[in-house]
Design a protein around this ligand. Structure first.
Ligand code: NAI
Ligand code: MG
Length: 503
């Protein structure tokens, strides 16, 4: 597509050149096509046009990539490098992301559909910051010395200590909602801890991850340490999850596929971390500052077209302020400028793909069939691209699929509640998920009381969707295993070795 049309951000010469070259995958430091020669089409979700082709990797490619990662872990220079040298490479990746920030933002907006302003301000900056944050940990991964008492060897003396060692070869599988940022969340800690990796990008959005792989090479990541594949879930993701030479799988995506990963990894008991779906409650108490709560609750669901695992998709509003809040959120929803991601004035872009558009439309239909009412929205916009109106559903009941299932689109259900009591807490927690939650209130004691009782990995108070490289993120219940980011994520990629010496 010619980015000069219709007031859209013109694609930079570097992005045009990147898109015009055949997209290959990175295995053992070499860019190559899939063994089968097969490719698949990559689409611009704003108009359904093809923007490129990516390599359709399968089992053979996975095997090559895993063997390269295994060799790089067992024999390569990576393990012999000092922590400081490794940290400097990780830091440099962050620097280069900033250097190429505009190109990455354009690529992300084109491929995923998200507003260019969001790609610039959130995805790219957070990705760079993640590498910069992680780089500092490389030199601070420490074990401890441990005093032993061993009661059955009286009089003996021991010197014991622990070492934190990289877990080995890691397979990583990521989704399409924040393609660059999800790659950063995964690669930052894996490189920092000294593991090697095979990363499979999402088939909907392979572009920015491939560009990031080039950036990692430029930053000095040795051959074989980072291998990046493109391909579909079953032919490419599944063999990675089952590969016997992989020590650990880190997955972000649907809870359904998370369960398949658990099965695939069970036959040789690979270590696993999972970042899965959500259906997060967002609670507005009647003492809330509504100038903060109303736009906050709207952006909690409509940010990134609602394609956020942490989206505030179940809104609970205290009775006294319910009508006013609903009015405000409906107005906010109607005021959102929906358009192509590359239009700088766009606030909400298209959904990522025809499949996701059909899936979210299916939820809207099931909600309507079940008796939910759209206070605003509920319809497609235009007939090209995958645009949906920001939608607020009311009159929902706890049994409805729109209330229980992750819709992953710009659709929120809203229900009133009487008091901050056990029933509200039961309702807020009444889902198989436990990823995030929100509270809007000005009463500190109510905030803390509620925050401690929400069964969720994150509680945002008077804000929503605030992410930081230093702040752990992950889920209770079926929202996942382990945490991303912060010091916590290092645990996903480290083994603890106890060394016990008789003196
Ligand atoms: P998905 O879970 O199928 O895809 C995520 C990643 O897993 C992709 O890279 C995909 O190729 C891979 N994958 C798919 N099947 C696999 C398998 N059998 N073995 C190994 N890897 C496999 O998610 P999808 O289909 O893109 O979206 C479906 C729903 O999942 C969404 O509507 C949303 O509800 C949820 N989702 C949640 C995300 C999150 O961040 N928690 C991200 C993306 C989707
Ligand atoms: Mg899928």
């Amino acid at each position: 597509m010619d980015g000069n049309d219709g007031g859209l951000t013109a694609l930079s010469p570097a992005v045009r050149k990147f898109l015009s070259q055949p997209k290959q995958v990175l295995i053992n430091g070499k860019w190559q096509s899939a063994q089968s020669g097969k490719t698949f089409e990559v689409f611009n979700p704003a108009n359904g046009e093809i923007i490129g082709h990516a390599a359709a990797c399968e089992k053979d490619d996975v095997d090559l990539a895993v063997r390269a990662a295994r060799k790089a872990f067992d024999e390569g220079p990576w393990r012999r490098m000092t922590a400081s040298e490794r940290g400097r490479i990780v830091w440099k990746i962050g620097d280069l992301i900033l250097k190429y920030a505009e190109d990455l933002a354009q690529l992300e907006s084109l491929d995923n559909g998200k507003p260019i302003a969001v790609a610039r301000a959130a995805d790219v900056l957070l990705a760079a910051d993640l590498f910069h944050y992680m780089a500092g940990w490389a030199t601070k991964i420490e074990g401890s010395t441990i005093p032993l008492s061993v009661p059955y060897t009286p009089g003996a003396e021991y010197h014991a200590y622990t070492r934190k060692e990289p877990i080995g070869v890691v397979g990583q599988i990521i989704p399409w909602n924040f393609p660059l940022l999800m790659a950063a969340w995964k690669l930052g800690p894996v490189l920092t801890t000294g593991c090697t990796v095979v990363l499979k990008l999402a088939e909907e959005t392979p572009m920015s991850g491939l560009r990031l792989a080039e950036i990692c090479q430029e930053a000095g990541v040795p051959d074989g340490v980072l291998n990046v594949l493109t391909g579909f879930g079953e032919p490419c993701g599944a063999p990675l999850a089952a590969h016997p030479l992989v020590d650990k799988i880190a997955f972000t995506g649907s809870t359904e596929v998370g369960k398949l990963i658990v099965k695939a990894a069970s036959h040789d008991l690979k270590k696993l971390s999972l970042e899965l779906g959500g259906k997060s409650p967002n609670i507005i108490l009647d003492d809330a500052d509504l100038d903060i709560a109303i736009p906050g609750a709207a952006s909690a669901i409509f940010f990134n077209q609602g394609q956020c695992c942490a989206a505030g998709s179940r809104l609970f509003v205290q009775e006294k302020i319910y009508d006013k809040v609903m009015d405000g959120i409906a107005k906010a929803a109607r005021g959102i400028k929906v358009g192509p991601g590359l239009d700088p004035s766009t606030q909400m872009g298209p959904l990522v793909s025809q499949i996701q558009f059909d899936r979210v439309s299916g939820f809207l239909k099931s909600g309507a069939d079940d008796g939910a009412k759209a206070l605003t929205g509920g319809k497609r916009i235009g007939d090209r691209g995958y645009f949906l109106e920001p939608t607020v559903l009311v009159d929902t009941t706890e049994k409805m699929s729109v209330y229980q299932d992750e819709i992953f689109g710009p659709v929120v259900t809203a229900t009133p509640f009487k008091e901050l009591d056990d029933d509200l807490i039961r309702r807020a927690n009444d889902t198989v998920f436990g990823l995030a939650s929100g509270i809007y209130s000005t009463n500190a004691s109510k905030i803390h009381r509620l925050a401690s009782r929400l069964r969720a990995g994150t509680v945002w108070v008077n804000c929503y969707n605030i992410f930081d490289a230093a702040l752990p993120f992950g889920g209770y219940k079926q929202s996942g295993w382990g945490r991303e980011m912060g010091q916590e994520v290092l645990k996903n990629y480290l083994e603890t070795k106890s060394v016990c010496i008789s003196l």
